[in-house]
Design a protein around this ligand. Structure first.
Ligand code: ADP
Ligand code: MG
Length: 191
């Protein structure tokens, strides 16, 4: 596809952001997500986006929010569309809720299986979770709906072997992975 797959006039207000995306409402009941990684790394960013989503479908299907990834500009650009969901970020306090607890255990075991099988990690904490204050670490890529269901609306793998032109990312990604392993051990020790 060559044409931009969205109508600029329908892009509404910013409803969120994180380490990778700017999230805006789109036509009321959907969101459109723009990735800075795709913006800077172009074809490689698009490739990773598509590959990560397939991995997410393989290991986390019951939790993954359906995402419509539209690619254009000779596969150099992409945007993501998702339904707009009413949700909040998972925090440690959610471990007190039994229904949520059994889902988070399941997500963690899907993650362990993925690490064993393909040697990749899911960016569970997201930037906000990695740098947050210790006692309150949020899993900023896992959300809780009003009826206590967990959903993943941002599935990205931590790729510790970026493309050569992405070298400024390398140290950050290595740090992110070590930090996540440390925080995951802490979570496991509590559940
Ligand atoms: N489908 C969605 N519905 C409602 N809010 C969303 C949706 N996707 C993202 N958001 C909001 O935007 C924030 C950042 O989105 P996310 O996909 O995690 O971006 P990043 O990849 O930058 O971490 C989320 O924490 C959430 O508040
Ligand atoms: Mg996120």
């Amino acid at each position: 596809m060559q044409q931009r797959p969205y109508d600029r006039a329908k892009v509404g207000r910013v409803i969120g952001w994180g380490g990778e995306h700017l999230v805006c409402s789109y036509e009321g009941n959907r969101v459109i997500k723009f990735s800075w990684h795709v913006f800077f790394s172009r074809r490689w960013g698009v490739k990773k986006l598509l590959k990560d989503y397939r991995i997410g479908e393989t290991y986390f299907a019951p939790y993954l929010l359906p995402t419509d990834i539209r690619v254009w500009n000779n596969s150099n650009s992409a945007v993501e569309f998702q339904p707009k969901v009413n949700c909040r970020t998972f925090t440690k306090n959610d471990l007190l809720n039994e229904r949520i607890m059994s889902q988070i255990k399941d997500i963690f075991s899907c993650h362990t299986r993925m690490q064993q099988e393909i040697h990749k990690s899911f960016d569970i904490f997201g930037l906000k979770g990695l740098i947050g204050r210790l006692p309150h670490h949020e899993l900023s890529n896992i959300m809780v709906t009003d009826d206590d269901k967990l959903i993943i609306l941002d599935f990205t793998t931590i790729d510790v072997k970026p493309q050569w032109f992405e070298w400024p990312l390398l140290l950050f990604l290595r740090w992110a992975q070590r930090r996540q392993e440390f925080l995951l051990k802490k979570y496991w020790s509590e559940i």
